[in-house]
Ligand binder design. Structure first.
Ligand SMILES: C[S@@+](CC[C@H](N)C(=O)[O-])C[C@H]1O[C@@H](n2cnc3c(N)ncnc32)[C@H](O)[C@@H]1O
Length: 551
């Protein structure tokens, strides 16, 4: 487990993850994956042993006042959000009615945590005191492996739940947060609005919007810029870690997943006064597991590598928000990249560069430092109208009540709009022939024919465009630690651009803020962007033949 502290825009944000490393590539890195799997089993085993003791201990020092502060449920948060978005207000209220915790706490009554415990004692649980099955109820029994043994898990699946599962989920309006790399927020808001999510508005490293479940699926399928589509399931004020536990305990997770699923919880925070994000993460997981164990007789296993369900806890100065991750693996993983080359760009950042550059898909595009071809492959998919998520699996497919037929219909509809021919010239060059091979292999895996993009070995300092119309250069040359020692690269590339790229728009991402000086070009615009942890700029230059201002 690790806590990461990142400095962003003068503020410190912390991210906690139970996973130390990104998931290992399953085919190319089998050995690492085996180790990751072993570690996941170890963690799961520890979790299981720990949770065999029934009671979750309260943390010393928890005040009643703190517990009371947690009394605002996800329902109230939804109502607040609905007020901010009048168009969605009616539907949000509907969602609130259907997902609200049993009762809201009157001032002076028992605390949120205590209230939740009382309610659970009064409610029929999955184990002791379970209400007798009614007609048409179905006892769904599954065998699940726990600590080396197979155990049976039973869940009463009522008629009402089954009907509600598919029908209500589609009509409920959810509060969504689409995360994205820092700097792409405006571009993401524009993309979401163009996809029909009209109320999309920018937030820190992402956008908020409201939509129904079909919209959640569409956002996952079509967004090229989002990293994850998170469904807000609870929000409330908190003062202590016990309030986080109570919030998690009061959230109807059983609508989405149960003991038959594996779970992973991630925590991130901005300006949170909490001492340990790791402990907050643990309390969230405890709240989720206690609820499911009481209702369904068992709890989900923890799997940090390939979980079925992912929950994100976000903390700020005084509130906690719980999100169900509908995406699963990050959305920049489109499913085509195996060959990474050197310092590859994430696919959603590549799509973001194209969006910010204003590239017109009917005009030529060149990447003279193409590496494994990310920018050009994203461009080909944009020009052909291939939805970003068409070839990949999503987290929502593994959740309860997934309507596979509806999802298939949405994908069929999306496929019917893909163009079969690409007229736009797309060209990529790299000095390293291995990078060019990687780009060609990626092109094939992206279901594109070899003639879609021309990938060739070439030197940016000498390659010249052979298109009738001027176009766009969008590129991610070496920078930071990867900058070649040969400092003449920028001067030589710049002379090539000035000589042969008249009328072209040159867009370059770099962490070197002096790049315009090195190229002796005055940027039209510079967009602040994050490439992973690197603080970068996308510089945009217009190449005009005469009278171009040189420094
Ligand atoms: C940061 S990487 C590009 C990564 C790429 N965007 C991707 O997603 O895979 C920079 C690339 O520039 C290439 N390169 C360095 N000097 C070059 C030059 N003079 N001409 C062409 N390519 C060059 C390197 O071989 C490397 O593949």
């Amino acid at each position: 487990m690790s806590e990461k502290h990142e400095k962003q825009g003068g503020e410190t944000s912390k991210t906690l993850t139970l996973k130390n490393k990104p998931q290992a590539n399953r085919t190319a890195d089998g050995e690492k994956r085996k180790r990751a799997g072993a570690r996941a089993r170890q963690v799961a085993r520890r979790e299981w042993d720990k949770d065999s003791t029934p009671a979750t201990p309260a943390r010393p020092g928890t005040t009643d006042q703190g517990k009371r502060r947690a009394g605002r449920t996800h329902t109230e948060a939804n109502e607040q959000a609905a007020r901010a978005h009048p168009r969605a207000a009616k539907a949000s209220a509907r969602q609130a009615r259907s997902t609200e915790a049993p009762s809201r706490q009157a001032p002076g009554g028992p605390s949120h945590a205590e209230g939740a415990r009382q309610r659970r004692r009064a409610e029929p649980s999955g184990r002791a005191g379970a209400a007798a099955p009614r007609q048409n109820d179905e006892i769904v029994t599954r065998e699940v492996e726990r600590g080396g043994h197979a155990i049976k898990i039973s869940r009463r699946d009522t008629d009402r739940q089954r009907r509600r599962g598919t029908a209500t989920r589609r009509s409920e309006i959810h509060v969504l947060f689409a995360s994205c790399p820092h700097g792409l927020e405006d571009a993401l808001a524009a993309e979401l609005q163009a996809l029909g999510f009209e109320d999309a508005e920018t937030s820190r490293a992402g956008c908020r919007f409201h939509t129904n479940w079909t919209g959640v699926l569409r956002a996952n399928l079509y967004s090229r810029l989002a990293t994850r589509i998170l469904v807000q399931v609870a929000h409330g004020p908190i003062r202590t870690e016990d309030d986080i536990f109570a919030l998690a305990l009061d959230t109807p997770w059983e609508q989405w997943f149960g003991p038959e699923h594996t779970l992973r919880v991630d925590t991130s925070a901005i300006r949170s006064p909490m001492q340990s994000l790791q402990y907050c993460n643990l309390r969230t997981k405890d709240g989720i597991c206690d609820r499911l164990r009481e209702r369904e007789g068992a709890r989900p296993d923890i799997d940090t590598v390939r979980p079925d369900a992912r929950v994100h806890l976000f903390l700020d100065e005084s509130t906690a928000t719980l999100y169900l991750d509908s995406s699963g693996e990050s959305l920049f993983k489109r499913g085509w990249r195996l060959d990474k080359g050197e310092a590859p760009l994430r696919e959603n950042l590549a799509a973001g560069l194209l969006a910010l550059s204003g590239w017109d898909p009917a005009r030529p595009l060149m990447d003279p430092f193409c590496g494994s071809g990310t920018i050009l492959i994203e461009a080909a998919w944009i020009a052909l109208g291939v939805p970003a998520g068409i070839w990949r699996p999503f987290g929502f497919e593994r959740l309860r009540n997934h309507d596979a037929r509806h999802w298939r219909d949405l994908k069929d509809e999306a496929r019917s709009h893909i163009a079969t021919r690409l007229e736009t010239p797309l060209m990529g060059y790299d000095l390293d022939p291995r990078a060019v091979d990687a780009a060609k292999a990626n092109l094939e895996r992206a279901w594109l024919t070899p003639d879609t993009i021309r990938f060739e070995t070439g030197d940016a300092r000498s390659v010249v465009p052979d298109t009738e119309l001027p176009g766009w250069v969008v590129s991610n040359p070496p920078y930071g630690e990867r900058l070649p020692e040969d400092t003449s690269l920028w001067a030589d590339w710049s002379s090539n651009l000035k000589q042969h790229y008249s009328g072209w728009r040159i867009n370059v991402i770099s962490s070197d803020l002096d790049l315009p000086k090195l190229l002796r070009l005055k940027p039209l615009r510079r967009w602040p962007l994050h490439n992973g942890a690197l603080d970068c700029r996308l510089f945009s230059f217009d190449m005009v033949q005469a009278g171009y201002r040189q420094r």
